[in-house]
Design a protein around this ligand. Structure first.
Ligand code: TMP
Length: 222
C-alpha cells in the first residue's frame, strides 16, 4: 500500500525492454491528464541513492557478495522511498518509477543466491507493507533484450552501466521467469506487457493497463 494521496506505478522487466523510454512516455501522458507527476528510478532517485547506484551498476560482476549487493539496493531504496516517493505521494503526486522492489526479488532473489524469503523479510524490515499500486512488467525474449541493451550508447565520460547485462543468458532467462512468477502471484497489482512491438505500441499497451486500473477521466482514481 502507498501513503495517502497520489498513486505509485512501477515499471519492471529485464535488460533492454525499453523501460526508460516507456517511463518517460507514461509520465508525459499522466501529466497530460492534469496530474502532478514525479518520474524516478531505482537504484537512484535521491542524491545518496544515485551514488549507491554507481557502486551497483558498474565494475566487476563479482565485486559484491550477494547479500551485500541486496543491502545496497535496500539502502538506496529506503532513501528513495523516504525522501522522494512518500513526500510526492503525500502531496497527491503520481510517482512513476523505473524499477522498484520486484527487481531485487527477481535479480537477487530468484536469479541470485539470497533467496526469496530473506528478501521478503528485508523488505518488511526496511519498508513495512509499502509498495506500488500498479506494476507494469515489460516482457521480451532474452536475446532480443540483451541485443537492444548492448546497442544502447553509454553517456559520454560515464562508466558503462552494464554490470548486470554481463551476467550471462541463463541469469537473464531466470529473470524473465521470475517476473512472470511475481505477476502470477500478485495478479491484482501486476500486468505483463508485451515489449516486443514498436515503442508506440508498447506505450499504448501500458496506457491501456493504467486506464484499466485507475479511473483516468477525472484525474483521480478509486
Ligand atoms: P536499469 O539498467 O534498469 O537502470 O537498472 C540498473 C540495474 O540494476 C539493472 O541491471 C537491474 C539491477 N537491479 C538489481 O539487480 N536489483 C534491484 O533491486 C534494482 C532496482 C536493480
Amino acid at each position: 500500500m502507498t501513503a495517502s494521496g497520489g498513486r505509485f506505478i512501477t515499471l519492471e522487466g529485464g535488460e533492454g525492454a525499453g523501460k526508460s523510454t516507456q517511463v518517460r512516455q507514461l509520465a508525459v501522458r499522466l501529466a497530460g491528464c492534469g496530474l502532478d507527476v514525479v518520474q524516478t528510478r531505482e537504484p537512484g532517485g535521491t542524491p545518496g541513492a544515485e551514488a549507491i547506484r554507481q557502486l551497483l551498476v558498474t565494475g566487476e560482476i563479482g565485486r559484491w557478495d550477494a547479500m551485500t549487493e541486496t543491502l545496497l539496493h535496500y539502502a538506496a531504496r529506503r532513501s528513495h522511498v523516504e525522501q522522494t516517493v512518500k513526500p510526492a505521494l503525500a502531496r497527491g503526486a503520481w510517482v512513476v518509477s523505473d524499477r522498484f522492489a520486484d527487481s531485487t526479488m527477481a535479480y537477487q532473489g530468484y536469479a541470485g543466491s539470497v533467496g526469496r524469503d530473506a528478501i521478503a523479510d528485508l523488505h518488511r524490515l526496511v519498508l513495512g507493507d509499502f509498495g506500488p499500486d500498479l506494476t507494469l512488467i515489460l516482457d521480451l525474449p532474452v536475446e532480443q533484450g540483451l541485443q537492444r541493451a548492448k546497442s544502447r550508447p553509454a553517456a559520454a565520460g560515464a562508466a558503462a552501466e552494464d554490470r548486470y547485462e554481463r551476467m550471462g543468458t541463463a541469469f537473464h532467462e531466470t529473470l524473465r521467469h521470475a517476473f512472470h512468477d511475481i505477476a502470477a502471484r500478485e495478479p491484482q497489482r501486476c500486468r505483463i506487457i508485451d515489449a516486443s512491438g514498436s515503442p508506440e505500441a508498447v506505450a499504448d499497451a501500458l496506457w491501456a493497463a493504467v486506464a484499466g486500473r485507475f479511473d483516468m477521466t477525472g484525474g483521480t482514481s478509486p
